[in-house]
Design a protein around this ligand. Sequence first.
Ligand SMILES: Nc1ccn([C@@H]2O[C@H](COP(=O)(O)OP(=O)(O)OP(=O)(O)O)[C@@H](O)[C@H]2O)c(=O)n1
Ligand SMILES: C[C@](O)(CO)[C@H](O)COP(=O)(O)O
Length: 226
Amino acid sequence: MHLLIPAAGSGKRMGADRNKLLLQVRSKPLIAWTLLAAEAASSISWIGIVSQPQDWDEFKSIIADLKLKKTIELISGGSTRQESVYHGLQALPSNAAQVLIHDGARCLATPDLFNACSEAILYCSGLIAAVPVKDTIKVVDDNGIIKSTPERKQLWAAQTPQGFDVKLLKKCHVEGIRQGWEVTDDAALFEKCGIEVRIVLGEETNLKITTPQDLAIAEFILSYRE
Ligand SMILES: Nc1ccn([C@@H]2O[C@H](COP(=O)(O)OP(=O)(O)OP(=O)(O)O)[C@@H](O)[C@H]2O)c(=O)n1
Ligand SMILES: C[C@](O)(CO)[C@H](O)COP(=O)(O)O
């Protein structure tokens, strides 16, 4: 399976002075944990890291330190996640029929989750890892007034990996550009194009490291795994 890792963000919500994926978590750069999980997933054979060229020297040195055995390519990122994935899709080898996309910032996903998504995408056109929402969610207007309470059993929190048929995902991205759609994940492009996307049960610990609090939680979770 081919895996694209969007890793070209700037980490504004982290408030750091550089790409948050280069920050240390339990004595390794955050992206190292993501790469180690992908390396350990037997289903993954090729990894494309979509990142800003200014970070490439650091990424190369991380890859060398980890002594990864899988084929890894660095691909130039875009100015949004959507654009970065689009660049990644153009750089896939021509024999890639399906692809998994996994945020570099989700450094706690396990090899088992990668393998489950790789297996499931052989039987559908699009999927995402997701977990049922535990909170009661409120829809609130601009004045802070609750408008509705959606039924919880229909609410799932989207994660990555997300898996797709490559030809279909490329078409959806092109349609997204044509229509000017701005989305935060690839499943949303499938949804907008009217193509079914399935859920694979994700992992409660598969957080996206977005804020300094998330970094502290990741430290805690990884300390239990070592
Ligand atoms: N232009 C971008 C923006 C984001 N990403 C990647 O998409 C994933 C999810 O994005 P997010 O957590 O929002 O990362 P940042 O954009 O870095 O964070 P922020 O939104 O706080 O600036 C991350 O692995 C990030 O590196 C990317 O590849 N290209
Ligand atoms: C793809 C994603 O990780 C699903 O949860 C997420 O949508 C991407 O990041 P952002 O927080 O929406 O910028």
